[in-house]
Ligand binder design. Structure first.
Ligand code: SF4
Ligand code: SF4
Length: 355
């Protein structure tokens, strides 16, 4: 059966980044600059993504502005008819760079923040002076007339500042705020004991978001997704494996999700020798967990199977050593108790920075 077209492409242009966030979802082994796809290879991949049916591209990393050819990549995406969203930490986004990106046709900017005040934000991101540079980046984005989303990554060490993060998003001019709980892949899994919030913290955050949504209706849209470790049902990770999204890593691997390279033993096609259409339609890696036929009990026959698609394959691989099992975030999984044990063991204050 031919799968439906993907809606969006996550283009991970580089793993280079001036920040060192302890929750970074980049793999523990980062791609070197010399291994990254070139400008022409990205341009071809973007054309193929549009031909396959993608409507938008998220230009991400690492820090995508670390690439000098970013305006060329934006222009190639626009020429292919894709809506372009830049996902940036903002610390290297100066006026000249933004001007080049706007001229190339950039549509939207998503700016990450590590905390509401400089001291905490710079401790978490591991870069002095970063917060003021992010504020300046937001000002430049607003001056350029681009829509701005603030992406506030929240966890045990900054959730108490959620009200201030909402104020920051308003003050910086964002139309949307993503309250993004850490996903425990890559560096975040290694730092889980320092980052997992308590149930009380999550409940307080939910009350804060609900109140702000009422108060700021029409001014700020706030997205808030409950973190896996406190859920009873898993999220439909990526909208289901190979159903809605695809990602390309800096080295050109074509992935059903940006964390999929963390699954041991899986081999992914590469844009250097496969078209996106061929990879999306035929690659074993895309078909392996597509749909419901692969599912074991308790997913097999479950009424939620076509809602959450069995949860996250990367999380099952990371926690159970087997990507083909039910995500332990599901309360029906026989392994669900291990998430409760991780929550009970959390409370470290020290964390290791991303390499
Ligand atoms: S999470 Fe932090 S370190 Fe990782 S790419 Fe984003 S800004 Fe850089
Ligand atoms: S058993 Fe599987 S399909 Fe059912 S709710 Fe849990 S993860 Fe979803």
């Amino acid at each position: 059966m031919t799968p439906d077209a993907p809606l969006a492409l996550l283009a991970e242009l580089t793993h280079r980044c001036p920040l060192r966030c302890p929750y970074c979802s980049n793999p523990l082994e980062l791609a070197k600059a010399s291994e990254e796809l070139g400008t022409d290879e990205w341009a071809r991949a973007l054309r193929e993504a549009a031909e396959l049916g993608c409507l938008q591209v998220h230009l991400s990393g690492g820090e995508p502005t670390a690439r000098r050819d970013l305006p060329d990549i934006v222009a190639a995406a626009r020429a292919a008819g894709l809506y372009t969203n830049l996902i940036t930490a903002g610390v290297t986004l100066d006026a000249a760079k933004l001007e080049g990106l706007v001229a190339a046709g950039l549509d939207h900017v998503q700016l990450s923040v590590q905390d509401a005040q400089a001291e905490g934000a710079e401790r978490i991101g591991g870069l002095r002076g970063a917060h003021a540079r992010k504020r300046e980046a937001a000002r430049l984005v607003m001056a350029a007339g681009l829509p701005l989303t603030v992406n506030a990554v929240v966890h045990r060490q900054n959730l108490h500042n959620l009200p201030a993060l909402i104020e920051l998003a308003l003050e910086w001019g964002a139309g949307r705020l993503e309250v993004a709980h850490v996903q425990y892949h890559g560096w975040a899994l290694a730092n889980r004991a320092a980052l997992l919030p308590t149930r009380a913290m999550l409940e307080e955050a939910t009350r804060t978001v609900d109140a702000a949504r009422g108060r700021l209706n029409g001014r700020l849209v706030i997205d808030h997704v409950v973190p896996d470790y406190h859920a009873v049902r898993p999220k439909a990770c990526m909208g289901g494996w190979g159903r809605r999204f695809l990602a390309i890593s800096p080295r050109g691997d074509i992935l059903p999700c940006h964390a999929a390279e963390s699954i041991p033993g899986m081999v992914f096609p590469n844009v250097r020798d496969k078209s996106l259409r061929d990879a999306w339609t035929h690659a074993e890696a895309f078909n392996r967990f597509r749909g419901t036929a692969w599912m074991p009990a308790p997913c097999r026959g479950c009424a939620h199977a076509e809602r959450d698609w069995g949860g996250c394959r990367c999380q099952a691989a990371a926690l159970l050593g087997d990507a083909a099992q039910t995500d332990p975030a599901c309360a029906l999984s026989p392994h669900h108790a291990m998430l409760r044990e991780a929550l009970d063991a959390a409370g470290e204050t020290a964390f290791a920075y991303r390499g």
